[in-house]
Write a protein that binds this ligand. Structure first.
Ligand SMILES: [Zn+2]
Length: 325
């Protein structure tokens, strides 16, 4: 369920699109009528046919024959109109309103069902209630420095090589978004660049016009609690709704929230719903897979560990190394 505020905003946007399309069509008609009066005659005749049809029904008689004659005349007029448009170098549908969404003609509904354009407007409006993290644009793939990761390590793969692979995966994910609703799990200690890479992805994906939301686990739980118990501090319900329905959710610092029933219920609802609806989520956590299993219910842990692509981050604490240089 979306809030009234979100619904109103989406419907306003929809009716703005529709009026724009109708106004454009009107402007085109009048301009064409002035240039070529025959267009006006054709339109008059086409609209007179509707009235004629009513009279035919009343008069009875050879109704089918008259109807066929009328349909032929109708097709001939439409063809004449299209030919004239073509001669002017205009498309055949030039006089039709240029709807933003031809499926529903900007009404938001097709055969009584919500059109995909309205669903997407609702998601975008709901995600506007989410605060963007500060300086989102500072986090880019190019600003991610592999030099901070040691080129030598104990294992066969050095931390730098491992992070090169993580970086590549993140770039591919952002470029091929929505990538079938794939979700990513960033594993590793604080300071290894998890937030940086998740925000770099968010940046790229947002540029493509998708609805992107960012929340720390604690913030999400706090807002869900306030919305649920009627202590909404302004936009909390929209925030939670946006977290459920946006195209990409970045859920930061899973495992640092205060453990409670509310936290468990909120996290399960958001993570599970997004998986079922094939919406991508990026979760970052300092917990190991074992710690995730110990801390959360089996259901929640298995959703994350089985359905997300895990990316283990390697290296020393980057913030520390940066600070020392
Ligand atoms: Zn539509």
């Amino acid at each position: 369920m979306y809030s009234a505020q979100v619904c109103d905003a989406a419907m306003r946007q929809l009716s703005r699109r529709r009026s724009e399309a109708l106004a454009t069509a009107d402007a085109r008609r009048y301009e064409l009528f002035a240039r070529v009066p025959r267009f006006k005659e054709i339109e008059n005749e086409l609209s007179a046919q509707g009235a004629q049809l009513g009279k035919m029904v009343l008069s009875g008689g050879s109704f089918v024959q008259q109807l066929q004659a009328m349909q032929q005349r109708n097709l001939a007029l439409q063809k004449e109109q299209e030919d004239m448009l073509r001669q002017l170098g205009l498309p055949a549908n030039y006089l039709e309103p240029p709807y933003y969404c031809p499926l529903c003609e900007d009404t938001g509904y097709v055969e009584g069902k919500r059109c995909q354009c309205l669903s997407s407007l609702l998601r975008v409006e709901a995600s506007k209630a989410l605060p963007a993290p500060d300086h989102l644009s500072d986090y880019s793939f190019d600003a991610f420095k592999l030099d901070y990761y040691p080129a030598q390590g104990e294992g066969a793969v050095s931390p730098r090589q491992q992070m090169q692979a993580v970086l590549n995966k993140c770039r591919v994910f952002a470029e091929s978004f929505p990538c079938g609703g794939e979700s990513l799990l960033f594993l590793g200690r604080t300071g290894l660049g998890k937030t940086h890479l998740s925000l770099a992805i968010a940046n790229e994906v947002a540029k493509s016009g998708a609805a992107v939301a960012y929340a720390s686990a604690q913030d999400l739980v706090d807002r869900a609690e306030r919305a649920k118990f009627g202590r909404d501090s302004g936009g909390d319900a929209e925030f939670v709704q946006g977290a459920l329905t946006c195209d990409l959710l970045v859920l930061d610092d899973l495992g640092t929230e205060f453990p409670s029933q509310m936290a468990a219920a909120t996290l399960f609802q958001v993570i599970n719903t997004r998986l079922l609806e094939r919406r991508s989520t990026i979760i970052s956590t300092n917990l190991s897979p074992q710690e995730l299993q110990d801390r959360y219910s089996e259901r929640l842990a298995s959703r994350i560990l089985c359905s997300y692509s895990a990316l283990p981050f390697a290296g020393n604490d980057i913030r520390l190394r940066k600070a020392m240089q």
